[in-house]
Design a protein around this ligand. Structure first.
Ligand SMILES: Cc1ncc(COP(=O)(O)O)c(C=O)c1O
Length: 401
């Protein structure tokens, strides 16, 4: 067992003096909240994705909320989404008094299964108001099938692209395929602003509604009324909006990170390739699908419980003892108290989500991970696996994960 005590964290933002300099400049400028940096970040982000509208927000959650609000999701209606996601994807449906309609995932990709969406809609399409697919780990959903379904039932598609920057599906960036897409810049995401998010869309009306609602329902860009000579002090409030605007401080970090996005992705891809090539012949492990483009926000390794005498949880404990931080993505929403109780759900209502959850371990995958660290992670995974294989050294433990 590798007893190296230098702990490798599961996740770490990749920041250096470039981001430090950008933030210091904003501090010196005297304008900390939404301003020129936010506008530039939006413009540069829209250029990157080649899309007309990019709207910066203080979180991806805020972006998802505003997209559903702007597409007209009504209380009591249903929004189709996956149970295999972070609670943000579903809680924003509840913000609007609507209900998530969970659909199980595809075992291979972890993404929502379009065949099951179609089956559900054949039985129940009344009062369904939108589809919210999530590109889990940064692997694109089957957007072609989802688009066909959305056309058949005239349902808007809001892409939860929190994990999916940048990644393409059929030569189009994820997030730009549906009616709108939402990115997250939370601290562990592929680019970060600490907290932050971005909505992108080609729909002018959606963009205008989100622009109004993200800053208190004020009828125009009110943030510049103190800085621009001649700008009027007057403004009107046309809606009860929200306080979801992104600060100049955060946007200045985002602008620097955006410039590094391709390089970051290249490094994550190298790390994923190293894991895959070293682990692909271990029959007690199952590796993520990587046939097409992948943003590699997460590397979802699966153990094959039948081949091992230890559980997934034990594997995580052993990795941790060896100084390797990991995580689990995701604990499916249908086994979380709130959703379980509200909708009377049982664990096996979504058997694939449950199965994938029970065997998955998220490995570290971020640009600052060194080759030596990647090597150490691989060696440790193999050491634990070979000790636990068939007749392992963990007697008395349950073999099912
Ligand atoms: C799939 C998914 N959607 C949405 C979000 C929400 O993003 P944010 O943390 O920026 O609000 C997250 C956050 O981690 C996420 O993993």
């Amino acid at each position: 067992m590798n007893q190296n005590t230098d702990f490798i964290p599961f996740s770490r933002p990749c920041l250096n003096e470039d981001e430090e300099k950008a933030v210091c400049e904003v501090l010196k400028s005297g304008w900390l909240t939404t301003g020129d940096q936010t506008l530039s970040f939006e413009r540069e982000f829209a250029q990157f994705l080649d899309i007309p509208y990019a709207l910066a927000l203080n979180s991806g959650t805020a972006g998802l909320h505003l997209c559903l609000e702007a597409t007209g999701v009504k209380p009591g209606s249903f929004v189709i989404t996956t149970p295999y996601t972070f609670t943000a994807s579903a809680e924003i449906i509840r913000y609007l008094g609507a209900e998530p309609l969970f659909i199980d995932i595809d075992e291979e990709t972890y993404n929502i299964n379009p065949t099951l969406i179609a089956e559900m809609l054949k039985k129940k399409s009344h009062n369904v108001s939108a589809i919210l697919p999530v590109h889990i780990a940064g692997y694109p959903c089957d957007m072609e099938s989802i688009r066909r379904i959305s056309e058949t039932y005239a349902l808007p598609v809001i892409e939860d692209a929190a994990h999916a920057f940048p990644v393409t599906y059929n030569n189009r960036f994820c997030g730009t395929i549906g009616n709108a897409g939402v990115f997250s810049f939370y601290a562990n995401k592929t680019i970060t602003t600490g907290e932050g998010g971005m909505v992108v869309t080609r729909d002018k009306h959606l963009a205008e509604r989100i622009k109004t609602m993200r800053l208190h329902g004020i009828d125009r860009e009110a943030w510049n009324r103190y800085t621009h000579p001649g700008a009027s002090w007057f403004y009107d409030v046309v809606e009860a909006g929200y306080k979801y605007n992104l600060t100049n401080l955060a946007a200045s970090i985002g602008r620097v990170q955006l410039k590094k996005a391709i390089r970051f992705k290249e490094r994550r891809r190298e790390i994923a390739a190293a894991y895959i090539s070293a682990l692909q012949n271990s029959d007690y492990l199952r590796l993520p699908l990587h046939l097409e483009d992948h943003a590699w926000h997460l590397f979802l390794l699966r153990i094959v419980p039948e081949k091992l005498e230890i559980t997934r949880d034990d594997y995580i404990i052993e990795l941790n003892k060896a100084g390797i931080g990991t995580s689990v993505h995701f604990i499916p929403l249908h086994i979380m108290s709130y959703y379980r109780k509200r909708y009377g759900l049982k664990a096996d209502d979504f058997p694939i989500a449950l199965k994938n959850y029970s065997s998955s371990i998220s490995l570290p995958i971020y640009p600052d991970l060194t080759d030596e660290q990647v090597e150490r992670i691989i060696i440790t995974i193999k050491e634990i696996g070979s000790r636990a294989y068939k007749k392992g050294i963990f007697p008395g433990r349950n073999s099912s994960a």
